[in-house]
Design a protein around this ligand. Sequence first.
Ligand SMILES: Nc1nc2c(ncn2[C@@H]2O[C@H](COP(=O)(O)OP(=O)(O)O)[C@@H](O)[C@H]2O)c(=O)[nH]1
Ligand SMILES: [Mg+2]
Ligand SMILES: [Zn+2]
Length: 199
Amino acid sequence: MRAFNDELLARCLLAGQDQKLNILIVLNKSDLPQIAAAREQLAPYTKIGYRVLELSAKQDIDPLLPYLQGNTSVFVGQSGMGKSTLINAVIPEAHAATREISTVLDSGKHTTTHAKLYHLNTDSHLIDCPGVQLFGLHHLDFAAMERSFPEFLPYLGECRFANCSHSHEPDCAIRKATAEGKIDERRLKLFQQITSATK
Ligand SMILES: Nc1nc2c(ncn2[C@@H]2O[C@H](COP(=O)(O)OP(=O)(O)O)[C@@H](O)[C@H]2O)c(=O)[nH]1
Ligand SMILES: [Mg+2]
Ligand SMILES: [Zn+2]
């Protein structure tokens, strides 16, 4: 099991948050021993209020079903995490292409090449997305990004400079909160990484 990409997760969450989507972080492959490390990597997200659902698409997807009922759910994440396998487990007749299938067909690593819509029942729909390696956020300005880091909200507007980038300015409320342990350091780093890359 490959470790998941921290920045990619942060980018996906940011975009979802900006669109006010109902977000669920699914931690798949709980049957593998590496799950403990992944769970630890996700701890900061649980702390700031994200729901994390741990499961194994190969063993039991029942815990996911209540989240899908009545919604149109988009499965987003890097490739190889098991999105298509999850969809097949939920809708056996979906036949979404998974890694195994693409290996047999020798079509390389691109299993899901475009988004595909599946119907679970009349009220519930699933969208399988190709693995995102790079999630662009060029449509978002700095203020939108700040607001999409939920743990920053209590401190926005508290910095000395109105246009504070929360990277080097004196009297930065975000960095102060981080130093005090109220904001996870890795999350601040991710924010800085993402905002400086998007300039
Ligand atoms: N051990 C284990 N392997 C899984 C699980 N879910 C998916 N996989 C495997 O992970 C690989 C990638 O799965 P796939 O559904 O193609 O990932 P996607 O790129 O996110 O759609 C395949 O080899 C799957 O069989 C799981 O819960 N446990
Ligand atoms: Mg896929
Ligand atoms: Zn600041």
